[in-house]
Design a protein around this ligand. Structure first.
Ligand SMILES: Nc1ncnc2c1ncn2[C@@H]1O[C@H](COP(=O)(O)OP(=O)(O)O)[C@@H](O)[C@H]1O
Ligand SMILES: Nc1ccn([C@@H]2O[C@H](COP(=O)(O)OP(=O)(O)O)[C@@H](O)[C@H]2O)c(=O)n1
Length: 292
């Protein structure tokens, strides 16, 4: 059952210990993380979608994960909804758990984390919990006038895309998020781009920054492959007891396979190969289980 703690901003936060939220992620796994920061409406989501297509990263939007958590009917849903409506920053422990779970479930090892860390508490807590330092931080610099116009025109039916909340979000961005941007600047990790230009022009600048990663784009970062890998991860727990020897055998095989695939095969070949393995496992696993 869940326990109730006080979040650092004095809001009740429910920590559900019954679910594996992925808190031990990444463990020993080598992970590449790029934070994508910028004011509300600066174009973070738009550019992340382009980066995913070209460079094989998995895009994780902290805002999208929080909105999905509200929809899922989670015990923290009402608290998250109220904070988003007020443009406030949700306690780090909630957002970090969601990020860790999404990273673990993706099966990828390269992540664009969009809209996080949004304050000093987010930044320090993420580093403490995951021990991950970002490769660099992409910062989309854009004027408030431009961002306001974009948000008012985006029509995604979001509760917080109204003029009153937009102003509050701008204030939070100036007071809490810009210091984080400054922190990474002082560490030489900031890559700043003029986000006020057209989508294509911004992406030209972004491409330059990500060019060292293009050689690695032909790996398992491909989203279809990630989906299949996610299935492989989940499947044995669904079919049989997760502690069963067949399940452990399957996990070890998958880990080895994943390492080989990441280095040696194109996304298409990887995809076909992984689908074949999944079908084979689905058909033969009950037989294997019978012999273990
Ligand atoms: N460079 C750009 N020029 C004009 N409009 C843009 C640009 N980038 C994004 N948009 C539009 O602005 C809105 C906000 O962009 P979005 O990517 O959702 O921003 P964020 O994720 O930073 O909140 C969307 O409707 C998007 O289509
Ligand atoms: N790290 C984060 C990211 C978002 N959020 C919340 O989610 C809201 C929407 O964030 P978002 O990144 O989806 O959208 P933009 O404000 O960037 O357009 C924020 O205003 C916060 O209330 C948060 O609390 N912590």
């Amino acid at each position: 059952m869940g326990t109730t703690l006080n979040g650092t901003v004095d809001v009740p936060v429910v920590v559900d210990e019954s679910k594996d939220a992925g808190e031990n992620f990444p463990g020993d796994k080598k992970i590449t993380v790029v934070f994508v920061l910028g004011g509300p409406g600066s174009g973070k989501g738009t550019q992340c979608a382009n980066i995913v297509k070209h460079f094989g990263f998995t895009h994780l939007s902290a805002g999208d994960l929080l909105r999905a958590e509200i929809k899922s009917g989670s015990e923290n849903g009402t608290m998250i909804q109220n904070m988003i409506k007020e443009g406030k920053i949700v306690p780090s422990e909630v957002t970090i758990k969601l990020l860790q779970r999404a990273m673990r479930e993706s099966g990828n090892d390269k992540f664009l984390i969009d809209g996080f860390p949004r304050n000093e508490e987010n930044r320090a807590a993420f580093e403490n919990v995951t021990k991950i330092e970002p490769e660099f931080v992409l910062f989309l610099d854009c004027s408030e006038e431009e961002m306001e116009q974009r948000i008012l025109g985006r029509n995604q039916g979001r509760d917080d895309d109204n003029i009153e909340t937009i102003r509050k979000r701008f204030k939070v961005f100036m007071e809490s998020s810009l210091p984080v941007v400054e922190y990474y600047n002082s560490k030489g990790k900031l890559r700043k781009v003029d986000g006020g230009k057209s989508v294509e022009e911004v992406f030209e600048a972004v491409k330059e920054i990500f060019s060292p990663y293009s050689a690695q784009a032909n790996t398992v970062g491909n989203s279809k492959v990630s989906t299949v890998k996610g299935f492989l991860r989940w499947w044995p727990d669904f079919r049989i007891d997760g502690s069963h020897v067949a399940c452990r055998w399957f996990r070890t095989a998958r880990r080895i396979l994943s390492r080989i695939l990441t280095k040696a095969m194109s996304p298409k070949a990887t995809y076909i190969f992984v689908v074949c393995i999944a079908v084979f496992a689905y058909v033969y696993m009950p037989t294997i289980e019978g012999y273990m």
